[in-house]
Design a protein around this ligand. Sequence first.
Ligand code: ADP
Length: 485
Amino acid sequence: MAMSNSTLFKSECFINGNWMSAKNGATIDVHNPFNRELIGTVPDMGISECREAIEAAHVAFKEWRDYTAGERASILKQWHQLQLDHVDELARLLTTEQGKPLAEAKGEIRYGASFVEWFAEEARRTYGDVIPGHGRDKRITVIKQPVGVLGAITPWNFPNAMITRKVAPALAAGCTVVIKPSELTPLSALALAELADQAGFPKGVLNIITTNDAPAIGNEFTSNRLVKKISFTGSTRVGKLLLRQAADSVKRISLELGGNAPFIVFDDADIDKAVDGAIASKFRNAGQTCVCSNRLFAQEGIYDEFLNRFSEKAKGLTMGSGLENGVHIGPLIEDKALSFVKEVVADAQQGGARIVTGGKVSADNDLIYEPTIIANPTTSMKVFNEEIFGPVAPVFKFKTEEEVISLANDTNYGLASYFYGRDYARIWRVAEALEYGMVGINTGMLSTAVAPFGGVKESGIGREGSKYGIEDFLNIKYMCWGGVE
Ligand code: ADP
């Protein structure tokens, strides 16, 4: 079936329960990054449509917050089921606009849907408290209430899951949402809106606007007083900008920003498992995730062995169209991303590091970069200091635990970190010493709906997923009852 025949293939935005074009008719072209073909168009909306969506969400909030948690949960479960029923269609659409291998896209759809299921369940558990009073005639109760309209801004690297991870807890809590997906991958977002429509959310509860003018929408979200909460996943640069903008109206804000993940292999590690973990954490989505390992550190006793086995495996990765079976590495999202990857590799080469494998653009596709491993890099290089966001793995050599902890923490980022080793006392010490929101111990994959995802330092504010994830969308209200004689 041609994709454009699918009911999930949308060319309009979803506002107040209606599918709409931009008022001035403007559109954005959406391209397949693998062959650069035009897939479709979506509306290029502006402030006026954004305000309309915010107002619809504001009106819908008054109704939605009064639904029982069970009523909200049953619609969320319906949405979850529809996502699972359409895994293949959603995954094809995702791969076509984003480029990642189809197996990863299917994994993302299931992962994305798991947040909807999890928060449908958590909807019923936003318990308050009864606190022993501070006077004989006093009683103290605490309730949790939804914050109100959410403005969500999401990136292109997980066009589906970064939406459900924010929107599911918000809707479960009783908030309503306006979503602005990345202009590079809006089709997956609109497909989710179509399924939300089918699931039966009341009109105005979930709205999506697409635009080429992200700064204008970001500005409207942060300044509009009907919006009570911002949730953003994307670059640290834009996250800082939104935080500054949100200050004027003291809006609650959650930020999931960049990372510079260390991946540490100690002498006593199971090297085969460490290599598999490094491959999974580095090359997933061609290195374009904020939890991808960015700097690998191998202890001197196993440095050569780790480097060799890791390089052998990396050489075996197949590049190509994400829609073809057996492909591991798809294209980067756009030319700008490719230029940056080239720049960091050139910088490492100029500084004297050795390219063990890869180091160039694929001969077959001008947006695919070869899986690349760099030996003997130094801390002054871009590969140490910048988030690479591509399939490039610098492997640093270290001597002691103390040294590697200091290297690992020598960054303003603090999202994911990983290490492999067996000594249990050291495992505790290292896990505690790493200044990161998440630590993978003997694993290269740590994302799941049941655990709190998020960072410290300049990697963000707030947590997504788990029992903590819904708290970001709730206000605590304390009631002091006097005169209870
Ligand atoms: P990435 O490096 O992942 O592309 P961005 O931060 O540029 O990260 O993009 C993430 C999301 O932020 C996208 O939806 C993009 O459109 C949006 N965005 C980019 N600039 C701004 C801005 N000034 N204000 C609000 N949103 C923005």
